[in-house]
Design a protein around this ligand. Structure first.
Ligand SMILES: Cc1cc2nc3c(=O)[nH]c(=O)nc-3n(C[C@H](O)[C@H](O)[C@H](O)COP(=O)(O)OP(=O)(O)OC[C@H]3O[C@@H](n4cnc5c(N)ncnc54)[C@H](O)[C@@H]3O)c2cc1C
Length: 469
C-alpha cells in the first residue's frame, strides 16, 4: 500500500476518551490492526490510516461525534462500504473515520407509496433483494452492489449498468436525513412525491462525496418489479463497431435497461476468473444488452430488433438469454471484471463519460494514446450512458517509466474533454481527480462550489483533501 497521508492529525488520549464516550468504547477502534481496513477503499493501492474509527449506531451519535470534532478541529472522513474508486473514503488527514456500517437497517418498505426508508449503511444488494421479495424494484445497481452501501451511493451519486434506462442514484432519492459538520441534523424531502418548498438540498447532498454532510438515512423511490427481462450478447470484430452499434440501438428508438460494452482483454480476465469460455473468443469487443418491461411479448420484440441491429452493425452473432439462470451467469462475468483486473496488479481506473455519439471516437482515441505509450488498456463500461471505464495496469514497463504513464493518462482525459465529455461519469473526484477538476469546471463554477463547501463546513473538518485541490 502507498501511504497518501497529508497534514496528518493524531488524536490525544483525552480526545479518544471523549469520542469513546459518545459511541461506546467497543465502537471506537484505535488498535492499528483494527484500523487498517479503514485506511483504504478500492482506489489503486492508496492508503492513509485514521487515528481512530467511530462506528455510531444512531443519528444522535453521528451528531454528537461531528459536534465534538468541530469543537476540536478534528478531521472526519465518512465511510460506508469502502468500495470507492476515487479515494473519497481514504482518511488522508488522519483524525476520525466515521463508518456508518452499523446503521444498516431497512426501516420500511412502503409498497403503497413506493418508497423504501433505509439507513445509510444498508448494502445496496440487500435492499434490492428485500424490495424484490415484495414485487418491487430499486434499480440503481453499481457493479459493486454486493458490498457498497446506500450512504456511499448517495454520496457518489452512483450509477451502474441499469442507469441506461433508470438513471443514477440521485434520481431515486426522495429525501435524506443528514448531519452537518456542526452536528445539526437536516431532514430533506421524504415520502411526498412532489415537494418544491425551498432549495433542493437533497440534490445538493447527493454527489457531494461526504464533504458537506454525513448521510444517515434515505427515502428511496421504488417501482414495481419489471415482469419480464431478456439479455442479448453480441460479439463484434472490433471495439469501434461495438461502440457504433450503441448509437444505432438508441437511434432506432430502443431503450435498453442496460447497455454495456466490454473489450476482449476485460472479458478474457473476467471469464478466466469465473472459469468460463466466452463464445467467439476472437471477438475484440461485445455488447451486453438487457431489455425489461411489463410482458414477454414487448421484451421479445425489443430484443429481436436489437439483435437485427447488432448483426447489421457487424456483430459476429447474437446470443439470447431469457431464463434467469443464464442472465445471472452473464451478469456475473460482467460484474466480476473489476475484481479480475485487480488480481493482475495495481491499476488506475479512468471513469470517462462522453455524449453517446462520441463513444466511437473515445474508444479509438483511448486505444491510440494508451498503445502509443506502451500500455494495454482494459475498456468496458456503461456504453448506453457514454460511460467508459479504462483500466491501466501500473506494472512492467509502466513502473519503470511513471512519467510516460501519467502523460498518457493526461492525454486520455484531454481527449474525453475534447469530445465534450467529462473526467468522471460516476466514481467522483475524491483525491484521484482533485488536481484535474479545474480542467472540467470553469473558475466561476468552481468558486460557487467552494462557497457552498465553506457555508456548510466553515471549519473544513468534513472529508478534507477531497474534491478541491
Ligand atoms: C468492483 C467495483 C465495481 C464498481 N462499479 C460501480 C458502478 O457500476 N457504478 C458506480 O457508480 N460505481 C461503481 N463502483 C464504485 C463504488 O462502488 C461506488 O462509488 C459506491 O457508490 C461507493 O459506495 P461505498 O458504500 O463503498 O462508499 P465509500 O467508498 O465508503 O465512500 C465513497 C464516498 O462517499 C462518502 N460517504 C460514504 N458514506 C457516506 C455517508 N454516510 N454520508 C456522506 N458521505 C459518505 C465517502 O466519504 C466517500 O467520499 C465500483 C467499485 C468497485 C470496487
Amino acid at each position: 500500500m502507498r501511504d497518501v497521508s497529508e497534514d496528518r492529525r493524531d488524536l490525544a488520549g483525552e480526545e479518544l476518551a471523549g469520542l469513546a464516550a459518545i459511541v461506546g468504547p467497543s465502537h471506537l477502534l484505535v488498535a492499528p490492526s483494527d484500523v487498517e481496513a479503514y485506511a483504504h477503499d478500492w482506489t489503486e493501492d492508496l492508503a492513509a490510516a485514521p487515528a481512530a474509527v467511530a462506528r455510531p449506531r444512531t443519528v444522535e451519535e453521528v451528531s454528537a461525534l461531528l459536534a465534538y470534532c468541530s469543537a476540536r478541529r478534528i478531521p472526519v472522513t465518512p465511510q460506508a462500504g469502502r468500495t470507492g474508486l476515487s479515494g473519497g473514503a481514504i482518511p488522508v488527514r488522519g483524525g476520525l473515520a466515521l463508518s456508518v456500517e452499523r446503521m444498516a437497517s431497512i426501516l420500511e418498505i412502503d409498497a403503497a407509496n413506493l418508497v423504501a426508508v433505509v439507513e445509510a449503511g444498508v448494502v445496496t444488494q440487500t435492499l434490492q433483494e428485500a424490495v424484490e421479495a415484495e414485487g418491487l424494484s430499486y434499480p440503481p445497481d453499481p457493479a459493486s452492489r454486493g458490498s457498497c452501501c446506500i450512504g456511499g451511493n448517495v454520496a457518489e451519486n452512483a450509477g451502474g449498468p441499469h442507469a441506461a434506462k433508470y438513471g443514477v442514484t440521485g434520481r431515486w432519492v426522495m429525501g435524506l436525513e443528514a448531519v452537518l459538520p456542526s452536528g445539526a441534523v437536516l431532514t430533506t424531502g421524504g415520502k411526498t412525491r412532489k415537494d418544491v418548498a425551498g432549495y433542493d438540498l437533497t440534490s445538493l447532498i447527493v454527489g457531494s462525496e461526504g464533504t458537506l454532510a454525513v448521510v444517515t438515512k434515505a427515502w428511496l423511490r421504488l417501482i414495481p418489479k419489471p415482469r419480464s427481462a431478456a439479455v442479448l450478447v453480441a460479439p463484434f470484430p472490433t471495439l469501434e463497431e461495438a461502440a457504433r452499434c450503441v448509437v444505432e440501438i438508441t437511434r432506432n428508438g430502443l431503450l435498453p435497461a442496460a447497455l454495456e460494452i466490454v473489450d476482449k482483454p476485460a472479458i478474457d480476465v473476467a471469464s478466466a476468473k469465473k472459469g468460463v469460455t466466452p463464445p467467439f473468443p476472437e471477438a475484440d469487443a461485445r455488447l451486453l444488452v438487457e431489455f425489461d418491461g411489463g410482458g414477454d411479448e414487448e421484451v421479445e420484440r425489443d430484443v429481436m430488433r436489437c439483435g437485427e441491429l447488432a448483426l447489421a452493425c457487424g456483430a459476429l452473432d447474437v446470443v439470447l438469454a431469457t431464463d434467469e439462470a443464464r442472465r445471472r451467469a452473464l451478469w456475473d462475468v460482467r460484474r466480476g471484471i473489476s475484481e479480475a483486473i485487480r488480481d493482475r496488479g495495481v491499476s488506475v481506473e479512468l471513469d470517462l463519460a462522453v455524449p453517446r455519439t462520441e463513444l466511437v471516437a473515445l474508444v479509438t482515441g483511448v486505444r491510440r494514446i494508451a498503445r502509443g505509450a506502451g500500455l494495454d488498456p482494459f475498456c468496458y463500461g456503461h456504453a448506453g450512458d457514454g460511460n467508459l471505464h479504462v483500466r491501466l495496469l501500473r506494472t512492467g514497463e509502466t513502473e519503470r517509466r511513471p512519467e510516460r504513464f501519467e502523460e498518457a493518462v493526461s492525454e486520455i482525459y484531454a481527449e474525453a474533454l475534447r469530445l465534450g465529455g467529462t473526467l468522471t461519469g460516476e466514481h467522483g473526484v475524491g483525491i484521484h481527480l482533485r488536481s484535474r477538476l479545474p480542467l472540467r469546471l470553469a473558475p466561476p463554477l468552481l468558486a460557487a462550489m467552494r462557497a457552498v463547501k465553506d457555508a456548510l463546513d466553515p471549519l473544513g473538518i468534513l472529508n478534507p483533501g477531497k474534491v478541491f485541490a
